[in-house]
Design a protein around this ligand. Structure first.
Ligand code: DQA
Length: 141
């Protein structure tokens, strides 16, 4: 099965960025461990700081992958285009946020993606991606 992980802006800085909020592990290291834990899954990783690139990637993988794990980062709260892309594609999308967005500033409480996603996970750190993958695997089994 094929699963895509798509990360939005500033998530390329994981491990260096606000480590009290986002932790000190780099996503590349975590991704390698996740792939090793799931050799039966073809995991594809894409990160961009650019809104339109995230929309294009959702369109590219959204009709032939078995699932998408999406953390749109700050665009979660602002991007109608990313919300529309999630609604347009057929692959199930699990929205993941590393931090507990509901325990932070008010502007982080609204998501353009949640209503169109299969489900959302927030506040569980990088483990949220692993839980999303587990759910997508179970769904396709
Ligand atoms: C985030 C939460 C967003 O509010 C923030 O803009 C991010 C990361 C998270 O994973 O907790 O960049 O999506």
């Amino acid at each position: 099965m094929k699963i895509a992980i798509i990360n939005g802006p500033n998530l390329n800085l994981l491990g260096k960025r606000e480590t009290d909020v986002y932790g000190s592990r780099s996503f590349d290291v975590f991704f390698g461990e996740l792939q090793a834990r799931h050799p039966d899954v073809t995991l594809h990783y894409f990160q961009s700081n650019i809104e339109g690139e995230l929309v294009s990637e959702l369109q590219r993988v959204g009709f032939d992958h078995d699932g998408i794990i999406l953390n749109p980062a700050a665009y979660t709260h602002t991007s109608v285009a990313i919300g529309d892309a999630v609604a347009a594609i057929t692959a199930p999308v699990v929205e993941v946020h590393i931090s507990n967005v509901h325990a932070r500033e008010d502007f982080r409480k609204f998501s353009h993606v949640s209503a169109k996603a299969a489900g959302s996970i927030f506040g569980l750190g990088l483990e949220g991606y692993a839980l999303a993958l587990q759910w997508l695997k179970g769904r396709s089994a």
